[in-house]
Design a protein around this ligand. Structure first.
Ligand code: HEC
Ligand code: HEC
Ligand code: HEC
Ligand code: HEC
Length: 129
C-alpha cells in the first residue's frame, strides 16, 4: 500500500452511496459546494477481495487546488503557504461559517489563528470540553 492509503472499515461496492452512511459530511451550517461532486472525485476507493482501500486523489498539499486558484489572497490567508487548508477548514462541512473548523476540536492544529468565537454556542461541540 502507498503511504496515505487507508483501509475502509467495511467493503464498498461501486454502487454504494457514501452519503448514505456519512450523512454528516453533507450537513452543517456551511456545506462545501464540492459535496455536489461525487465523493470519489477526492476519495479513490479500490476493492480487492474482502478489503476496500481509500486514497486521496491528490496529496493533501494539492487537493484543494484542483478547483481553487493559488491566488495572492489565498497565499496570505494560509500564512504564506505554510499551513494546509485542512488545518483551518473541513473539506466537507462545518457547524461554523466558511467550513471553518471548530477551534475546540482543533487541538491537533495548535495554531495561533485568530478565528472569531463560535457564533452558535448551543451547538453540540461547543459544550464538549
Ligand atoms: C455502509 C456504510 C458506509 C458506506 C456506504 C461508506 N462508509 Fe466510509 N465509513 C463507514 C464507517 C462505519 C466508518 C468508520 C467510522 C467513521 O470514520 O465514520 C467509515 C470511515 C470512512 C473513512 C475514514 C477512514 C479512516 O480510517 O480514517 C473515510 C475516508 C470514508 N469512510 C470514506 C468513504 C467513502 C469515500 C465512501 C464511498 C465510496 C464511503 N466511505 C462509504 C461506513 C461507510
Ligand atoms: C474536495 C475533496 C473532497 C471531497 C469531494 C470529499 N472529501 Fe472526504 N476528505 C477530503 C480530505 C482532504 C480529507 C482528509 C482530511 C484531513 O486529513 O484533515 C477527507 C477525509 C474524509 C473522512 C475522514 C476524516 C473525517 O473528516 O471524518 C471521511 C469519513 C470522508 N472524507 C468522507 C467523505 C464523503 C462521504 C464524501 C462525499 C459526501 C467526501 N468525503 C468528499 C476531501 C474530500
Ligand atoms: C471539485 C471542486 C472543489 C474542490 C476540489 C475544492 N473546492 Fe472548495 N469550493 C468549491 C466551490 C465550487 C466553492 C464555492 C465557490 C467559491 O467560493 O469559490 C467552494 C468554496 C469553498 C470554501 C468557501 C465556503 C463558504 O462557505 O464560503 C472553502 C473554505 C473551501 N471551498 C475550501 C476548500 C478546501 C479546504 C478544499 C480542499 C480540501 C477545497 N475547497 C477543494 C469547489 C471545490
Ligand atoms: C490559518 C487558517 C486558514 C488556512 C490554512 C486556510 N484558510 Fe481559508 N479561510 C480561513 C478563514 C479564517 C476564512 C474566513 C475569512 C473571512 O472571515 O472572510 C477563510 C476563508 C476561505 C474561503 C472563502 C473566502 C474567500 O477567500 O474566497 C475560501 C474559498 C478558503 N478559505 C479556501 C482555503 C483554501 C483552498 C485553503 C488552502 C490553500 C485555505 N483556505 C487555508 C482560514 C484559513
Amino acid at each position: 500500500m502507498n503511504a496515505g492509503t487507508i483501509e475502509h472499515p467495511g467493503i464498498l461496492h461501486k454502487e454504494d452511496n457514501c452519503s448514505s452512511c456519512h450523512v454528516d459530511k453533507t450537513r452543517g451550517k456551511s456545506v462545501h459546494s464540492a459535496m455536489e461532486v461525487p465523493c470519489t472525485v477526492c476519495h479513490l476507493a479500490q476493492t480487492q477481495g474482502d478489503m476496500t482501500t481509500l486514497q486521496l486523489s491528490l496529496p493533501k498539499t494539492e487537493i484543494c487546488f484542483s478547483c481553487h486558484e493559488k491566488t495572492m489572497m489565498l497565499r496570505q490567508h494560509t500564512q504564506g503557504g505554510k499551513k494546509l487548508c485542512m488545518d483551518c477548514h473541513d473539506a466537507h462541512s462545518s457547524n461554523r461559517r466558511m467550513l471553518l473548523l471548530d477551534p475546540l476540536n482543533a487541538g491537533r492544529h495548535n495554531s495561533s489563528l485568530m478565528l472569531p468565537p463560535p457564533q452558535d454556542t448551543s451547538s453540540k461541540t461547543a459544550d464538549r470540553r
